[in-house]
Design a protein around this ligand. Sequence first.
Ligand code: HEC
Ligand code: HEC
Length: 337
Amino acid sequence: MTKITAWLLAAACSAGALTLLASCATPEEAKPIVGRMSALPPMTYPADNPTTPAKVALGKQLFADTRLSGGGKAACQSCHYRDLGWTDANALSAKEDGSINTRHTPTLYNVGHQSLWYWDGRAATLEGQTLAAWRGQTLADPVKIAALINTVPGYVTQFQAVYGGPATPDNIVKSLTTFFRTLNSENAPWDKYEMGDVKAVSKDAVEGYKVFAGKGQCIVCHSPPMYGNSTFFNIGLEHGKAKPDVGRFNVTKEPADMSAFKTPTLRSIELSGPYFHDGSVAKLEDAVRYMAGGGKPDPNKSPILRDTQLTDKEVGQVVAFLKTLTSTETWEQPKLP
Ligand code: HEC
Ligand code: HEC
């Protein structure tokens, strides 16, 4: 199977104009690959924010705690639910004050493996992103919230144990991001298949992977092991809207980035509908169909995305493959102090 994979990659790479694909970058990667393609790399931690189990546990509590928000009603978890792939089921979500987000809540799976955050990549560190989300999404004043957290005896003890002092905006953010770096979608049926357990997935899923990596050319942008990364493309979704979201253009001011958005990880994608930065597509099958059809004819659309003429059967097989990327790790709600 690994030989087939490598062959398909080689075929996709030589199909022309696909040099963006990381897997096409060097000739040696086009040779047959022995072993797994999909294992996530080990997590790297910033030098000033190493991980410990106690810090992760603290971050998990803070993530679920409505006391972190300005009005005391919304937790981070109010929009990022684990059972919904760390998203919510809304196309666009309401903040605590009733105002509506302009972009769909993204997954937090594998967020620690990204290199730019938000749909437009405007945040260059996960810590910076998390501070911004805390302020922007839960309408919090971090200094005030840290003071409130320091009135809760259970938190006082934990912050003392982890940081040797009281809660501060900085160490609350560090706790949250340390927790995020544990939210990895891996060890899915497809990973087991690549490790040699041929019964872990259906025949349709195997066929679906061949379409994904070959005829469908999905792998050009959604490359393993994450099946998504911090690269940005316009896939035509803003076409025809009265006030198009300029996406990545806002950050780079490059015309090529007009209405371009981050390529999301497709791990655990089955759980996190509706799909795309505007939450405009409810079903996974329809999202696949949209991508396979080459997107709407926007003048700024990426030339890499084109109609790959997949049949209904092939679309179904790609969906079957994508469903094998759902991780099965256990999860327990934290007890709050
Ligand atoms: C009201 C819903 C809502 C709440 C509550 C919320 N978020 Fe989010 N979150 C979003 C949306 C929407 C985005 C994407 C915004 C964008 O890209 O412009 C996002 C993006 C993120 C991202 C970046 C993911 C990526 O792939 O780049 C992280 C990390 C994150 N939120 C963490 C948090 C934290 C921490 C909290 C609590 C302090 C929180 N969120 C609360 C809706 C929410
Ligand atoms: C040109 C690069 C590119 C190619 C080729 C591509 N994708 Fe995408 N894909 C993206 C980007 C970028 C997004 C998010 C864009 C947005 O929301 O505006 C996306 C979004 C998705 C989503 C929704 C993810 C989510 O979390 O909402 C799915 C599912 C998907 N792609 C599957 C596929 C499949 C299947 C193929 C092949 C038929 C494919 N893609 C080909 C770049 C690409």
